[in-house]
Design a protein around this ligand. Structure first.
Ligand SMILES: Cc1ncc(COP(=O)(O)O)c(C=O)c1O
Length: 369
């Protein structure tokens, strides 16, 4: 055992670095008495829309609700099919299931990204949307996805929960399709101090539907145009996010520097790191490698004080909740194989170069000894 601690995330370091500026902002929201909706939320929507270069952005309580509301706005309903990968966080598929639609899984590439060739083969007369997931900040090939969607007249809804600030051909993730859904969960690169999310649109009409549905379907204080939900973003979270948005590019820069460092230090004989596509800029929400003897390595890193994670150890099609879909072991071999080999190393913006060196040396020496 060791006294060394290299945490996987470090939210207290983030708070220490911003407390002086952020506390008065939070205090002013509390003093204003407007906690739900209001100008502070409007300001965040304007700021994040400008950052994404998206015409319309609606703040919501989570990416999960962004996905449900976004799919519903696209008209996805019972009997429809939505194509999505089985190696995402459960919420991508849950949103499809909540609407009574059928998730149609397609397997992924060695990089863990949705395989466009398989997407094309999975299209049927019932396919209503394609939901690529930019896992960990790595961009799905949006040239191919958009081309396939256009040729088949199918909508694209991006699960950009993990990819705020990633780009493909210089265009921000979440702005390729009709709908782009983002999470502001505390672990994300743009994080709230609780749950949060937002959803962006090309069409004002779709944005307005979601704007109403996130708040009971109200169009004024007393008139309900459609039955809705309570999926709003709190004013405090909006204020925190507007502030943190000003630091997002610096956060991404640090994470990209950390990723470069790992690439130069980890031994490629033992650690597979998928290359970035030259067309993408990965924001590195996570740094996922693929290794043999993964669980043994995790135990070793833990004993050395190094925090890690797995995104995700159980593929969605093998979750107990997915039993009714009828899949089993072997249904999506690439995803299943990766689920046993993937390991997420710490990459947060508070890590020092020395800490990345220690993590890399500890991984390398585990295999080299
Ligand atoms: C890929 C993906 N989709 C959706 C979500 C759901 O986001 P939220 O927790 O904001 O509902 C997450 C959250 O981690 C995610 O990683």
């Amino acid at each position: 055992m060791t006294d060394l601690k290299i945490p996987y995330v470090n939210l207290s370091a983030q708070w220490q670095s911003e407390k002086k500026e952020l506390l008065p902002i939070i205090e002013s929201v509390i003093a204003s008495g407007t906690y739900v909706g209001g100008e502070v939320v409007d300001e965040f929507e304007t700021a994040v829309a400008a950052y994404l270069q998206s015409p319309f952005c609606v703040a919501v309580n989570s990416c999960t609700d962004a996905l449900v509301l976004g799919l519903a706005a696209l008209g996805v309903r019972r009997g429809d099919e939505v194509i999505t990968p089985p190696n995402s966080f459960i919420a991508s598929t849950a949103a499809i299931v909540h609407l009574g639609a059928t998730p149609v899984f397609v397997d992924v590439l060695p990089s863990q990204s949705l395989d466009p060739a398989l997407v094309e083969r999975a299209i049927t007369g019932k396919t209503k949307a394609i939901m690529p997931v930019h896992l960990g900040g790595r961009m799905v090939d949006m040239d191919q996805i958009c081309e396939i969607a256009k040729a088949n007249n199918i909508a694209v809804i991006e699960d950009a929960a993990q990819s705020i600030g990633s780009t493909f051909n210089g265009i921000k993730s979440g702005t390729f399709g009709e709908v782009g859904c983002f999470s502001a969960h505390p672990l994300k690169n743009l994080n709230a101090i609780g749950d949060g999310g937002f959803v962006c649109f090309k069409s004002q009409e779709l944005a307005e539907v979601v704007r109403k549905r996130r708040s009971h379907g109200l169009i004024d204080r007393n008139t309900v145009e459609m039955f809705g939900y309570v999926s709003r973003l709190d004013a405090i979270q909006a204020a925190v996010l507007t502030f943190r948005l000003t630091r997002l590019e610096a956060t991404i820069k640090s994470r990209r520097t950390n990723a470069d460092l790992y690439r130069s230090l980890l031994n490629p004989d033992f650690v597979f790191i998928p290359d970035d596509d030259p067309r993408e800029q990965n924001s590195y929400h996570t740094f996922v490698v693929q290794v043999d003897r993964r669980d043994e390595l995790i135990a070793h890193l833990t004993s050395c004080g190094i925090g890690t994670a797995i995104h995700y150890p159980i593929p969605i099609h093998l979750q107990p909740a997915s039993k009714f879909l009828g899949f089993g072991e072997g249904s999506f071999p690439v995803t299943e194989n990766q689920s046993k080999r993937i390991l997420t190393l710490p990459i947060n913006q508070h890590l020092t170069e020395h800490e990345i060196q220690i993590v890399s040396q500890t991984v390398n020496s585990f295999y080299e000894r």
